[in-house]
Write a protein that binds this ligand. Sequence first.
Ligand code: ADP
Ligand code: MG
Length: 138
Amino acid sequence: MEQTFAIIKPDAVERNLIGKVLERIEAEGFRIISMKRVLLTIPIAEGFYHVHKERPFFKDLTKSMCGGPVVLLVLEKEGAIKAWRKLMGATNPAEADEGTLRKEFAVSLEKNSVHGSDAPETAVFEISYFFSQTEIIP
Ligand code: ADP
Ligand code: MG
């Protein structure tokens, strides 16, 4: 079983979409093996998105991720990393396929409602960035 890391971003939490996103996650056969609702700080968001620190959107992105609470999730399923990226849809909601979460819920490229790990190494880093081993109960 593969694990991946997901975030329900502030724009979606703000619009009361936690339940709708979780419903889609469970309907697609993922098991939610850990979950918490937190308010990120700037240093924590910067550390999380360190791979993007040279990008022009880094400052806006990290600030918007701290603009309200987020829901952090560890998801499990066979091929979870790719399956969750597929369910999320393209980064830019204008390019996201019909039926994806970003197509349905995102408001813009920056406020695109959900995050997902993009590779096995990223998933390991991202899960361990926010969750201790004892918080993950498969
Ligand atoms: P993804 O979240 O699909 O893995 P990236 O890792 O490339 O996408 O980017 C991280 C996040 O940064 C995106 O989800 C989005 O919120 C934001 N972002 C990416 N590209 C841009 C951009 N050109 N302008 C503004 N925000 C962006
Ligand atoms: Mg990414």
